[in-house]
Design a protein around this ligand. Structure first.
Ligand code: NDP
Length: 469
């Protein structure tokens, strides 16, 4: 049974809960569930370690980040196996993206933190400079879609900025976090700097409410983000939220059509559509609309289905397939459950799906589905495309396909999203700000923005006496 990791040691407390293999539906592991006492123990362990960790010079903490990156490299195959078992992702994606990004996260933030200067401002006779101090204990709450990538994306800057952490992975995907706990122990990371507890949302709620937690970083649904905001409101804890999206892709008639179709296949179907950055609304300029739809639908038939994370999530995605039909959509590809004729038939699969014919006000086009599905609509003018893409409650990511450089800049700057890609998707430089507007989140992480969130500035102002000369 997977145990919590508290104060540098395994803690086998709390009743067990099962984790299912999304490929077959079979139970693959049992995990201890954190009760209030376990949550409290984890926060206390983090608090106890906080003072010494914060006092360590940043260069030394950066050294620890590099050692953790080496630890990940050494346990690469175990992490891949754990992530595959919990998520049913393609092996290739786990080997080339999920686990390598964990290594990159620790290396990148080691460099960024070690090189960051403090600000200093001079007026005549006055010097003001800013030092940054960590919050103390940070709660790190992460979802199931990119478990290792997202956990390390938050852990690395939180730790290098001098915080200790209590991590709660999703109940569906605790496996790679458990291997990471062993990596921390084997590296000899000071006890209590990283603590990992498992459980459902109720454990997450206890964690964020705990008075010993100073700040909360969360990636997941907007609904849960709202619940966390309520939970921390009384203590005014800083929060960083990366929430949902209903991302638009805009395809102009002057695009390279092959690239736009293949790029859209990636942006809609990667990870079974279970990435907050995936495209769920495509707007295509009218002269190429029919051809684009035909080609995208043909490619949807060829894409290997990937399992949804859980039976519940599959039901949710299928309920949106039904909603599309009831709202009057035309289904161009998919729309159901694939039949493999093998062990996968008891897993959590849905068909890659393309629909058209709905208004931008339909529920299907406004709510985040988080599955391998998109709606395609046509537009005539650039102004119309911008309005359509900006419609709705979210503002995380948008993708543009055009070969007109002026248009790329013009439209890109008018899209109301935290991230805009032109003729590509998902390409990331870890030094750039990442996050969304409106229901898609609060704040930005990435590069200096991460270090800013995981620390508080203190401004020191000194009046310098000017002796008469
Ligand atoms: P949640 O937002 O519910 O879960 C994310 C994390 O928050 C999990 O670790 C979860 O625990 C925890 N959690 C749940 N409730 C609370 C709470 N009240 N206080 C503190 N922590 C809590 O996402 P789901 O897994 O339920 O997915 C539902 C939907 O969210 C998806 O269909 C999708 O639309 C969206 N989503 C968006 C993601 C994104 O990257 N933007 C990522 C994942 C989901 P546990 O899951 O163990 O209960």
């Amino acid at each position: 049974m997977l145990t919590h990791f508290i104060g540098g040691r395994p803690v086998a407390e709390g009743k067990g809960f099962p984790v299912h293999d999304p490929v077959t539906g079979a139970v693959i592991r049992q995990v201890h569930e954190a009760d209030p006492e376990v949550v409290d123990r984890a926060v206390r362990a983090a608090r106890q370690a906080a003072r010494d960790w914060a006092a360590m010079p940043v260069g030394e903490r950066a050294g620890w980040m590099r050692r953790l990156a080496e630890g990940i490299e050494a346990r690469f195959d175990d992490l891949v196996a754990a992530e595959l078992a919990d998520t049913g992702k393609p092996l290739d994606q786990t080997r080339t993206l999920d686990i390598p990004r964990g290594i990159a996260n620790f290396r990148a933030f080691a460099e960024i933190a070690a090189q960051r200067p403090d600000d200093a401002f001079h007026l005549s006779g006055v010097l003001s400079y800013t030092v940054r101090r960590p919050h103390g204990v940070v709660a790190v709450i992460v979802p199931w879609n990119l478990p290792f990538l997202l956990m390390t994306w938050k852990l690395a800057p939180a730790l290098v900025a001098g915080n200790t952490v209590v991590v709660k992975p999703s109940e569906n995907t605790p496996g790679s976090a458990a291997v990471f706990a062993e990596i921390c122990a084997d590296a000899g990371l000071p006890a209590g700097v990283v603590n990992i507890i498992y459980g459902y949302g109720s454990a997450g709620q206890l964690l964020v409410e705990h008075p010993g937690v100073d700040a909360v970083t969360f990636t997941g649904s907007t609904r849960t983000g709202t619940a966390i905001m309520h939970a921390v409101a009384d203590r005014v804890k800083p929060v960083s939220f990366e929430l949902g999206g209903k991302n638009a892709g805009v395809v102009f008639e002057d695009c390279d059509l092959d690239r736009a179709v293949e790029g859209s296949v990636k942006s809609v179907f990667t990870n079974g559509g279970q990435v907050c950055l995936c495209t769920e609304r495509l707007y295509v300029q009218r002269p190429i609309f029919e051809e684009f739809c035909a080609r995208l639908a043909a490619r949807a038939h060829e894409v290997d289905p990937q399992p949804m994370i859980s039976a519940e999530h599959r039901e949710k995605v299928l309920s949106y397939y039904a909603l599309a039909r009831s709202e009057g959509a035309k289904v161009l590809a998919g729309g159901g459950v694939p039949a493999f004729g093998d062990h996968r038939d008891s897993g959590y699969y849905v068909e890659p799906t393309v629909v058209t014919g709905l208004s931008e006000w339909s529920r299907f086009n406004r709510e985040e589905i988080f599955g391998p599905v998109c709606h395609v609509a046509s537009f005539d003018s650039e102004a119309e495309a911008i309005d359509l893409a900006n419609a709705g409650d979210y503002g995380l990511a948008a993708t543009l396909w055009t070969s007109n450089l002026d248009r790329a800049h013009r439209v890109g700057q008018r899209l109301e999203a935290g991230l805009v890609w032109v003729n590509t998707w998902y390409l990331r430089d870890l030094r750039t700000p990442f996050g969304g507007l409106r229901l898609s989140g609060i704040g930005r992480e990435g590069g200096i923005q991460s270090l800013d969130f995981y620390s508080e500035p203190t401004t020191i102002t000194i009046k310098l006496e000017q002796p008469d000369v």
